[in-house]
Design a protein around this ligand. Structure first.
Ligand code: MLC
Ligand code: AMP
Length: 497
């Protein structure tokens, strides 16, 4: 049995999910998931780790679909709801998904594609009768559970395969460390194709019998209105979201500010992560909410690894200490452990670590040391026992709005534009977004229309991956080997803006 679903059997009529004005109990969630699992099985005994992609709105249908895939023995592949077609197609092709589940609103985007590839397309509101008179398969925790796509130093995102055992470790560690309980009520505002939303918010709340409310897309006003109802006590978000909430709070009249502050003071936990939390944002948030944000560090491949304490000092600018069950060491370029107080790359070991990159054995073996430590590519230092993240070892990995973005992926697409001869994508520090994506372009025509270029780009890559500023240059700064020197590209932007 799958641990999270086994847990849910303890919570019967308790409210699991709130979406708009509707509530759904754990019993309803379990029963609907089982019925939908039979639909996915379509008479078979076990999907045997076939990949089931799903493009489903956040809420009851999302969790029902996720659990149904697991109950049927499939591997869940959540798709981004706003990605342009080529990005969706990439994931479907890469995973060789045999089934696609969609909310009705997304059917038209992928209908022709699935028909051409013989992929079964099922809508979440499918009402066709199903025979439920046979057992669902028994799922061993060593089986693959989920594939999430993450960018890296290759131009195409890689599928991170996690087993049920990996997810169980990631979830149960956080439940203990952050003291989740069935009394908790949280709000999910994060996209549901990354670990932050899926594991930390949805899976942790469902495992512990808590109530998870969903807000389909980000809106500071809507979040604060839900806060004001006074039911929530746990909230998790990326630094950009806290930045935006602070800006919105500051725009409100004093009486509304006070009402919000009073209600936020009653939360038991507010967590921030996925990108560095600026100390100024942490301090301002403390001022407006009375909450000391708990900053933690994680990654798609490992779930959460380092966290400030739930009980104990939460230090601004630090991500805290290794979570129980997660081994961490800092190493130099030869993978030898660095001396205390020296910075080094974070290596991680534990039951939380993913199994492999989907269909990429070379990338998988490169990601681990010979003795099995996962190389995060993040540089950190330990000061007074607390870890401080100093940055990444690759300039080509950008974190913007909490999303990990490959500069190389954007460059690759930009170079296919008829007016772009060459380009270099870099990130500049930014208070709101963490990093801002910018691109230097060598154009083959003086009248290149940058607005048109950006719209063109958005039909090929997600909007959050598109550069915010372009600089037209005669040539890119290169070293003697002909390689673009990204730090010099950054400097060109800094000089200009
Ligand atoms: C959007 N905009 C950006 C931008 N993204 N501008 C600069 N940089 C970016 N990265 C602009 C748009 O062009 C638009 O401007 C305006 O912002 C609104 O766009 P939007 O797409 O509607 O954005 P919004 O809904 O406001 O989203 C912001 C956000 C979102 C912060 C809510 O980015 C988000 O949900 N991020 C969370 C990502 C996440 O969950 N990461 C976890 C990964 S897991 P205009 O001018 O057109 O209006 C992980 C592991 C771990 O990292 O440790 O957790
Ligand atoms: P992703 O691949 O989207 O899961 O992003 C993981 C990356 O986010 C990590 O490798 C870090 O670079 C970054 N990250 C996550 N949490 C933090 C944090 N608290 N501070 C700084 N960087 C973080």
């Amino acid at each position: 049995m799958i641990s999270i679903i086994e847990q849910a059997q303890n919570f019967g009529d308790k409210t699991a999910i709130v979406l708009n004005d509707k509530t759904f109990s754990y019993r309803k969630l379990l029963n609907s998931s089982k019925t939908f699992a039979h639909k996915l099985l379509n008479g078979r005994d076990d999907l045997e780790e076939e990949r089931v992609a799903f493009m489903v709105d956040p809420g009851f249908d999302y969790v029902k679909t996720l659990w149904a895939i697991w109950l049927a023995g499939g591997v869940a592949v959540p798709l981004c709801l706003t990605h342009p077609f080529p990005s969706l197609q990439y994931v479907l092709d890469d995973t060789l998904a045999s089934v696609l589940v969609v909310s009705p609103a997304y059917k038209s985007i992928l209908e022709d594609y699935t028909a051409a590839r013989n992929i079964r397309l099922i809508e979440t509101d499918n009402t066709s009768p199903v025979n439920e008179n046979h057992d669902l398969p028994d799922i061993d925790s060593s089986r693959n559970a989920m594939i999430l796509y993450t960018s890296g130093t290759t131009n195409k995102p890689k599928g991170v395969v996690s087993t049920h055992a990996n997810l169980n470790a990631q979830i149960s560690t956080l439940i203990d460390a952050w003291e989740w309980s069935a009394d908790d009520q949280t709000l999910c505002v994060l996209p549901l194709y990354h670990v932050h939303g899926i594991v930390n918010v949805v899976c942790c709340s469902m495992w512990s019998g808590a109530t998870c409310r969903f807000l389909p897309s980000f809106s500071a006003e809507a979040i604060f209105n839900i806060f004001l109802e006074g039911k929530l006590n746990v909230f998790m978000a990326v630094p950009t979201i806290y930045f935006k909430l602070i800006a919105y709070w500051e725009s409100l009249p004093a009486n509304e500010q006070h009402a919000l502050t009073d209600c936020m003071k009653k939360f038991r936990l507010m967590v921030c992560g996925s990108a560095a939390l600026p100390v100024t944002v942490m301090e301002k948030w403390k001022h407006i909410s009375g909450q000391t944000l708990l900053e933690r560090y994680g990654m798609t491949e490992i779930g959460m690894a380092i966290s400030n304490p739930y009980n104990g000092e939460r230090k601004a600018g630090y991500v805290g200490l290794p979570l129980p069950g997660v081994a961490i060491k800092l190493v130099d370029e030869q993978y030898a452990e660095v001396a205390a107080d020296e910075p080094g790359e974070i290596l991680v070991k534990g039951a939380n670590i993913f199994k492999e990159y989907w269909g990429k054995p070379e990338a998988t073996s490169e990601a681990f040391t010979t003795d099995g430590w996962f190389k995060t590519g993040d540089i950190a230092v330990v000061e007074d026992g607390y870890y401080r993240i100093m940055g990444r070892n690759s300039v080509d990995i950008i974190k913007s709005g909490g999303y990990k973005i490959s500069a190389l992926e954007i460059e690759e697409v930009l170079r296919t534009h008829s007016q772009v001869n060459d380009c270099a994508v870099v990130a500049l520090p930014d208070h709101e977004w963490g990093e801002l994506i910018v691109a230097a372009i060598v154009a083959n025509s003086a009248d290149i229309d940058l607005k048109e270029l950006n719209s063109w780009l958005r039909t090929r890559i997600a909007a959050y991956k598109t550069p915010r500023t372009y600089l037209i240059v005669d040539e890119l700064p290169k070293n003697v080997m002909g390689k673009v020197v990204k730090n010099d590209v950054k400097k060109m932007f800094e000089d200009k803006y």
